[in-house]
Ligand binder design. Sequence first.
Ligand code: GDP
Length: 541
Amino acid sequence: MARSHPLDRYRNIGICAHIDAGKTTTTERILYYTGKSYRMGEVHEGTAAMDWMEQEQERGITITSAATTCFWRDHRVNIIDTPGHVDFTIEVERSLRVLDGAVALFDAVAGVEPQSETVWRQADKYRVPRMCFVNKMDRVGADFFGTVQMIQERLGADTAVLQLPIKTEAGFTGVVDLVKNKAIVWKEETLGAEFFEAEVPAALAEQASVYRARLVEQAVEMDEAATERYLEGEEPDEAALKALIRKGTIALRLVPVLCGSAFKNKGVQPMLDAVVDFLPSPLDIHDVAGVALDGEPTSRQTDDAAPFAGLAFKVMNDPFAGSLTFVRVYSGRVAVGDRVLNATKGEKESVSRMLLMHANTREEIDAACAGDIVALAGLANTTTGDTLCDPAAPLVLERMEFPEPVIEVVVEPKTQADHDRMAMALQRLAAEDPSFRVGRDAETGQTVIGGMGELHLEIIVDRMRREYRVEADVGAPQVAYRETIAQKAEVAHTLKRQVGAMGQFAQVTLAFEPSEPGSGFRFENKVGGKLPKEFAHGAQG
Ligand code: GDP
């Protein structure tokens, strides 16, 4: 099978944002403009393309990490969904692991919010090239320059401002494109779906020339020859300027910043242009590292001719296709019918079907190549983070890190039938989500589930009920082992057992905090009144 697009026309991107910054709206507009979406609906109507799961729509948060393929300017853009809620940073992390570039979205009123900061740090860790989209420019109080300043100061980004807003709030009509030195104005009659180019408005001419000069200076610094020519008085033309910005972005030296209002359909098309112009293709990214089975470090090139290697980054139950394993193919080619090796587990798996997910269709395909993100069906025992590869060239790709759960609850099925269904439900949910753990209380024999936060566990329990018809009583959340007290794990374990024995649904929350080194732990009874006296003042480690 020939590839539909050469590798340099691939963009595997994520859109990262604090909850409510407008990620769902923006994604939906992208899918609309790229021609793959059905209709433009508002989030609260529940038609947003990426929000597949019922409960996501109810809660207005995106918790899955599926990928959607669309096309822009003859480029193949795979959008990997990244969740915005703090309980799901682990999901953000795993999606960052498989994408090549990201668009960080900000609310122009709120600026840099806590979750945008967390995601930014994670993207730093994985060295993901980024651009920023300052959304909600139509809102009262929208402050583009304030947001840019926050991005610089709080996130330490070297921002390259590529656009200036033409007015803000209700008057926001367009942007000045500093690269082209033109204004882009959206037509009100088509609710912003169409736009035209115009001269830079006189009121903005001076500001635009200052910002353009700054942009050119930042850009030429990305290349010695360009700097020299610039010093001799030669300005880069539009194509050269774009190439320099692209170089700086991929090298993590520049972060292009654009603005708009996804909700009012302003700014999304230029943002897609910028994804194509500035974010990396799989070829711009380093070879993916791994270890061979003998423990020797090894790597794979992004190349169709290399042996197949891919990383499973999401397992999810699709209402139409059953269990799907989303895989990023790093090298080689994988086809339907192939026997592949799950090198992490040391087992072979068969690929029975392969799907490409579009906004509203699932395309049945025969094979996938380096750079692709596809959903595989038929894998029996592959979980998130596993490496799939050619059995003749085994390797395990860089591992994803899954933190220990921070919170636990006891779940007690209501009937025997619920009990049986729960066992299956928990097994499947744990396969989908490595940050979710299932265990048994040593003393009481009850099932204990652990996760990244209360909302995380709430969603798990909700999914058990909806998807597997399990009715269960849920105990009060308890703080699970924290990484900070790992060295004191034994003490914590003993105490946890003792506390557990106090009663199955005791209304207590414990905070384990290490105090002075060697002095043991301090315990706080967050609810009060229920802790036996001997726990109240801590125990020696
Ligand atoms: P997410 O949580 O990041 O996915 O954010 P949503 O896309 O669900 O948006 C959160 C809210 O902000 C919704 O009510 C949207 O209609 C609204 N919203 C999104 N983009 C804009 C925008 O550009 N301007 C305004 N005024 N509201 C927006």
